[in-house]
Design a protein around this ligand. Structure first.
Ligand code: ADP
Ligand code: MG
Length: 337
């Protein structure tokens, strides 16, 4: 059973950046306002995320890493959101099967923080020995999730990873994407043991300033707002974002940042359609920057096309993409004249 769980976990978490994405979402769901990430060896030796969110009740710690342990299915309508988020209560469980996981957490009503260790979904004693029960430690309100030796028992997965610096770059990328999207939350990311921050977004920064800080003024000075009208008939509840104008020309293309229902996703058809709009506006081979946040009726979204849940499909895809490209086209042509 342990082996089956480990294989399954290795399908869900395929790189350190996947694990980090899940933990980022958990920290954001916990209403954090500051999220700090510290990484060693591209996330393989250490992947640590510290937030100032709600914390986890001590009583919930023993089952925290059990499969389907989730605190997020409380209301009936939440059941619908399963379709949005793909799975529930599986991320920490999966990670605990393929790493050495420990947690330090404190709620505002706790006197002290609690620290505990997990393996294969269960509480285990710390490496130094003793009881597996959570132990009292000093700490601030919030949660620290410490993932060590990721994939230590999944050699096949280790072989498919890129270099540590590339895996680190993906971690910074995922964090940057959430930092652009999640206003009122601050983010930082660094390699452990250094003081050099590779990403610093303060909680009060505007969306444009976040984009400036991550991609530079070249991009930030050429942003055009994209706002697409709501159309409930095609399940489009909302769509807003930024793309660069035709004044921004840079051969190095920036990965599109797409959020659907507040989850970072990959949507190749949307990316292709937008790039197509720019063909007549940009020099050959140049691509725009794009950040878009879509809210789509959750029952129209299918996230189960790939275990990593990033490539997303939704109903009325062509119509919705068409609305977005028309809105961009309109902006570009009005600037052109
Ligand atoms: P899910 O997010 O789908 O519920 P996870 O495995 O990602 O499943 O997390 C399991 C549970 O652990 C969450 O429902 C939440 O209650 C708790 N949790 C995880 N990370 C945090 C965090 N940073 N702050 C507060 N609670 C957390
Ligand atoms: Mg989660």
């Amino acid at each position: 059973k342990t082996v089956v769980n480990r294989i399954a976990a290795g399908e869900v978490i395929i790189a350190p950046s996947n694990a980090l994405k899940e933990m980022l979402e958990n920290s954001i769901d916990a209403k954090s306002t500051a999220i700090e990430i510290s990484i060693k060896d591209g996330g393989l030796k250490l992947l640590q995320i510290t937030d100032d969110g709600s914390g986890i009740n001590k009583d919930d710690l023993p089952l925290l890493c059990e499969r389907f342990a989730t605190s997020k299915l409380t209301k009936f309508e939440d059941l619908q959101s399963i379709s949005t988020y793909g799975f529930r209560g599986e991320a920490l469980a999966s990670i605990s099967h393929i790493s050495h996981l420990s947690v330090v957490t404190k709620t505002s009503s706790d006197e002290c923080a609690w620290k505990c260790y997990y393996l294969d979904g269960k509480l285990v004693p710390p490496p130094t020995g003793g009881s597996s029960e959570p132990r009292a430690v000093a700490g601030r309100d919030g949660t620290s999730i410490i993932v060590e030796d990721l994939f230590y028992n999944v050699p096949s997965r280790l072989r498919t990873l890129r270099s540590q610096s590339e895996e680190y770059a993906r971690i910074v990328d995922v964090t940057s994407s959430y930092a652009i999207h999640t206003l009122n939350v601050g983010f930082s990311c660094k390699k452990q043991g250094t003081n050099k921050m590779d990403l610093v977004i303060r909680s009060g920064m505007s969306q444009k300033d976040r984009i400036r800080s991550i991609y530079g003024s070249g991009v930030a000075n050429e942003l055009m707002l994209v706002d697409v009208n709501t159309d409930l008939d095609i399940g489009l509840n909302k769509c807003h974002g930024y793309v660069t104008s035709c004044n921004y020309t840079n051969k190095k293309s920036i990965k599109p940042v797409f959020f659907i229902n507040n989850r970072l996703v990959v949507c190749e058809p949307l990316k292709r359609a937008i790039n197509q709009v720019y063909v007549t506006y940009l020099p050959k081979g140049h691509k725009p920057f794009m950040y878009l946040s879509l809210e789509i009726d959750p029952k129209n979204v299918d996230v189960n096309v790939h275990p990593t849940k990033r490539e997303v499909r939704f109903l009325n895809e062509e119509e919705i993409i068409g609305r977005i490209t028309s809105a961009i086209e309109e902006k570009l042509s009005s600037l052109d004249t």
